[in-house]
Design a protein around this ligand. Sequence first.
Ligand SMILES: [Zn+2]
Length: 229
Amino acid sequence: MTETTESAAPLAAAATVAETKEALLWVAQEMLRSGLVEGTAGNCAARMPDGNVVLTPSSLDYLEMSLDDLVVCDLDGNVVEGHRGPTSEKQLHLAVLAAYPEIGATMHCHAKHVQMFAVTHQPIPAVVEEFDVYVGGDVECSDYKETGSAELAEEVARRVADRAAVVMANHGLFACGKTCKDTMHIASLVERTAEVVWGARALGPIVEVPAEVGAKYASYYRYGRTGKF
Ligand SMILES: [Zn+2]
């Protein structure tokens, strides 16, 4: 999680088809570089200016992945561009992007400390201030649903609600934001907080952020996402 990244994130919010694809390729490879996944695990998606969605392909080494390997689907899941099959978690990404028009990018990864919460079916509590600001509050753990299923897509999409992440039971992490760069930030913050909570519980009882402060900071997250407090 703490390894130095080898390339800078695209600075501007993705605005064109080409920029969106470049941002998606960056975040897919950054997941691997940051230790959020191993091998070909994990997947990412981003909404394009025309409303279609670009996704990572199924079972391809991230370090060999190029822009040509990305797959474009419509929100119904029909492939409209690309010579590879889309990620097996296509439905997961499309369900969230269809349900929340203000979300522009999604990521699913296997962050190690988040998986500790996933296998114990525990939420990750918002016990550091920035967690409320960037994630919107405690991150729920979903009910268990099989990987790649429509039931998993529906379950995670429902749990996103006004948060930027969901723990996927016995599996991993789902993160979302306006841009691919946001999803990397959210996934890293949730993973680090999961590690902090795990360690803090060994030291002693956790002292919560005062409720009124947490609620205020969570409202900043909602405003950033929806334009409304
Ligand atoms: Zn997975």
